[in-house]
Write a protein that binds this ligand. Sequence first.
Ligand code: ZN
Length: 174
Amino acid sequence: MTVKKILTEPNKLLRQVSKPVDFVGKEEQELMDDMIDTMYDANGIGLAAIQIGVPKRIIVLDISKDQKNKTPMFFVNPVVKNKHVDKTSYEEGCLSVPGQFAEIERPSSCDVEYLDYNGEKKILKADGLLSTCIQHEMDHLEGILFIDYLSKLKKSMIIKKLSKIKANPERIVV
Ligand code: ZN
Protein backbone atom coordinates (compact mmCIF):
# COMPACT_ATOMS: atom_id res chain seq x y z
CA MET A 1 0.00 0.00 0.00
CA THR A 2 1.50 3.25 -1.15
CA VAL A 3 0.60 6.90 -0.94
CA LYS A 4 0.63 8.19 -4.52
CA LYS A 5 1.03 11.66 -5.93
CA ILE A 6 -2.30 13.35 -6.63
CA LEU A 7 -2.53 15.11 -10.00
CA THR A 8 -3.75 18.69 -9.85
CA GLU A 9 -5.42 20.97 -12.36
CA PRO A 10 -4.29 22.00 -14.92
CA ASN A 11 -3.32 18.50 -16.08
CA LYS A 12 -4.54 16.84 -19.30
CA LEU A 13 -4.81 13.43 -17.65
CA LEU A 14 -7.56 14.72 -15.37
CA ARG A 15 -9.62 15.48 -18.50
CA GLN A 16 -9.40 11.91 -19.81
CA VAL A 17 -12.43 9.58 -19.80
CA SER A 18 -11.61 6.52 -17.67
CA LYS A 19 -12.06 2.99 -19.03
CA PRO A 20 -14.21 0.21 -17.55
CA VAL A 21 -12.48 -2.52 -15.57
CA ASP A 22 -12.83 -6.05 -17.06
CA PHE A 23 -12.10 -7.97 -13.91
CA VAL A 24 -11.48 -7.12 -10.26
CA GLY A 25 -8.24 -8.93 -9.50
CA LYS A 26 -5.16 -8.45 -7.38
CA GLU A 27 -3.92 -5.54 -9.49
CA GLU A 28 -7.20 -3.65 -9.10
CA GLN A 29 -7.33 -4.38 -5.36
CA GLU A 30 -3.78 -3.05 -4.95
CA LEU A 31 -4.81 0.05 -6.86
CA MET A 32 -7.80 0.49 -4.52
CA ASP A 33 -5.52 0.06 -1.48
CA ASP A 34 -3.18 2.73 -2.84
CA MET A 35 -6.11 5.01 -3.60
CA ILE A 36 -7.62 4.79 -0.12
CA ASP A 37 -4.19 5.34 1.51
CA THR A 38 -3.57 8.34 -0.75
CA MET A 39 -7.02 9.73 0.05
CA TYR A 40 -6.59 9.37 3.84
CA ASP A 41 -3.10 10.85 3.65
CA ALA A 42 -4.49 13.92 1.88
CA ASN A 43 -7.47 14.19 4.28
CA GLY A 44 -9.94 13.72 1.46
CA ILE A 45 -13.29 11.92 1.56
CA GLY A 46 -13.21 10.67 -2.03
CA LEU A 47 -10.75 9.85 -4.81
CA ALA A 48 -11.00 8.61 -8.39
CA ALA A 49 -8.22 6.48 -9.93
CA ILE A 50 -7.50 9.09 -12.60
CA GLN A 51 -6.48 11.49 -9.80
CA ILE A 52 -3.41 9.33 -9.30
CA GLY A 53 -3.01 8.98 -13.06
CA VAL A 54 -4.78 5.65 -13.64
CA PRO A 55 -7.62 5.92 -16.19
CA LYS A 56 -9.78 3.12 -14.74
CA ARG A 57 -13.39 3.47 -13.61
CA ILE A 58 -12.69 3.06 -9.91
CA ILE A 59 -13.57 5.40 -7.04
CA VAL A 60 -13.04 5.20 -3.30
CA LEU A 61 -14.87 7.10 -0.56
CA ASP A 62 -15.00 7.44 3.19
CA ILE A 63 -17.48 10.03 4.36
CA SER A 64 -17.43 8.89 8.01
CA LYS A 65 -14.82 11.54 8.96
CA ASP A 66 -13.99 9.22 11.83
CA GLN A 67 -10.28 8.56 12.31
CA LYS A 68 -10.89 5.61 14.65
CA ASN A 69 -13.72 3.87 12.80
CA LYS A 70 -12.79 4.19 9.18
CA THR A 71 -15.47 3.16 6.69
CA PRO A 72 -13.78 2.85 3.30
CA MET A 73 -16.05 2.26 0.30
CA PHE A 74 -14.86 0.93 -3.06
CA PHE A 75 -16.72 1.29 -6.35
CA VAL A 76 -15.60 -0.38 -9.57
CA ASN A 77 -17.43 0.48 -12.83
CA PRO A 78 -20.02 2.57 -10.95
CA VAL A 79 -23.19 3.54 -12.83
CA VAL A 80 -25.52 6.16 -11.38
CA LYS A 81 -29.25 5.71 -11.87
CA ASN A 82 -32.50 7.29 -10.67
CA LYS A 83 -31.08 10.73 -9.96
CA HIS A 84 -33.67 12.61 -7.93
CA VAL A 85 -35.14 15.78 -9.42
CA ASP A 86 -34.61 17.60 -6.11
CA LYS A 87 -31.22 19.20 -5.72
CA THR A 88 -29.00 19.75 -2.73
CA SER A 89 -25.92 21.89 -2.60
CA TYR A 90 -22.67 21.53 -0.73
CA GLU A 91 -19.55 23.61 -0.72
CA GLU A 92 -17.26 21.29 -2.68
CA GLY A 93 -13.52 21.08 -2.88
CA CYS A 94 -11.32 18.59 -4.70
CA LEU A 95 -7.89 17.09 -4.01
CA SER A 96 -7.04 17.90 -7.64
CA VAL A 97 -8.10 21.54 -7.26
CA PRO A 98 -6.26 22.39 -4.02
CA GLY A 99 -7.47 25.24 -1.85
CA GLN A 100 -10.50 26.06 -3.99
CA PHE A 101 -14.12 25.66 -2.94
CA ALA A 102 -17.50 26.40 -4.48
CA GLU A 103 -21.15 25.69 -3.83
CA ILE A 104 -22.34 23.07 -6.34
CA GLU A 105 -25.91 21.81 -6.82
CA ARG A 106 -26.45 18.13 -7.52
CA PRO A 107 -29.37 15.65 -7.42
CA SER A 108 -30.21 15.03 -3.76
CA SER A 109 -30.24 11.24 -4.10
CA CYS A 110 -29.33 8.52 -6.57
CA ASP A 111 -28.78 4.77 -6.90
CA VAL A 112 -25.35 3.39 -7.76
CA GLU A 113 -24.69 0.02 -9.38
CA TYR A 114 -21.11 -1.13 -9.05
CA LEU A 115 -18.71 -3.95 -8.31
CA ASP A 116 -17.25 -3.96 -4.81
CA TYR A 117 -13.67 -4.65 -3.66
CA ASN A 118 -14.22 -8.37 -4.28
CA GLY A 119 -15.83 -7.90 -7.68
CA GLU A 120 -19.35 -8.57 -6.44
CA LYS A 121 -22.25 -6.72 -7.99
CA LYS A 122 -23.90 -4.27 -5.59
CA ILE A 123 -26.57 -1.58 -5.59
CA LEU A 124 -26.48 1.33 -3.14
CA LYS A 125 -29.09 3.99 -2.47
CA ALA A 126 -27.28 7.21 -1.71
CA ASP A 127 -28.53 10.54 -0.45
CA GLY A 128 -27.15 13.67 1.16
CA LEU A 129 -23.37 13.93 1.36
CA LEU A 130 -22.88 10.39 0.01
CA SER A 131 -24.95 11.18 -3.10
CA THR A 132 -22.98 14.37 -3.72
CA CYS A 133 -19.60 12.67 -3.22
CA ILE A 134 -20.44 9.79 -5.54
CA GLN A 135 -21.55 12.22 -8.24
CA HIS A 136 -18.42 14.35 -7.77
CA GLU A 137 -16.23 11.25 -8.18
CA MET A 138 -18.31 9.96 -11.12
CA ASP A 139 -17.54 13.26 -12.86
CA HIS A 140 -13.81 12.52 -12.53
CA LEU A 141 -14.37 9.32 -14.53
CA GLU A 142 -15.71 11.51 -17.37
CA GLY A 143 -12.88 14.03 -17.12
CA ILE A 144 -15.09 16.62 -15.42
CA LEU A 145 -14.03 18.76 -12.44
CA PHE A 146 -16.38 20.71 -10.13
CA ILE A 147 -14.96 23.99 -11.42
CA ASP A 148 -16.52 23.14 -14.80
CA TYR A 149 -19.91 24.04 -13.28
CA LEU A 150 -18.76 27.57 -12.47
CA SER A 151 -18.86 30.60 -14.73
CA LYS A 152 -16.10 30.83 -17.35
CA LEU A 153 -14.58 33.79 -15.53
CA LYS A 154 -14.53 32.11 -12.13
CA LYS A 155 -13.11 28.91 -13.61
CA SER A 156 -10.33 30.66 -15.51
CA MET A 157 -9.40 32.64 -12.38
CA ILE A 158 -9.03 29.40 -10.41
CA ILE A 159 -6.95 27.72 -13.15
CA LYS A 160 -4.73 30.80 -13.39
CA LYS A 161 -4.18 30.74 -9.63
CA LEU A 162 -3.35 27.01 -9.66
CA SER A 163 -0.97 27.41 -12.61
CA LYS A 164 0.89 30.13 -10.72
CA ILE A 165 1.24 27.92 -7.65
CA LYS A 166 2.58 25.12 -9.89
CA ALA A 167 5.11 27.46 -11.48
CA ASN A 168 6.58 28.20 -8.04
CA PRO A 169 6.75 24.78 -6.38
CA GLU A 170 9.70 25.77 -4.19
CA ARG A 171 8.08 28.85 -2.76
CA ILE A 172 7.98 28.82 1.02
CA VAL A 173 6.43 31.10 3.61
CA VAL A 174 8.30 31.42 6.89
ZN1 ZN B 1 -12.44 15.67 -6.92
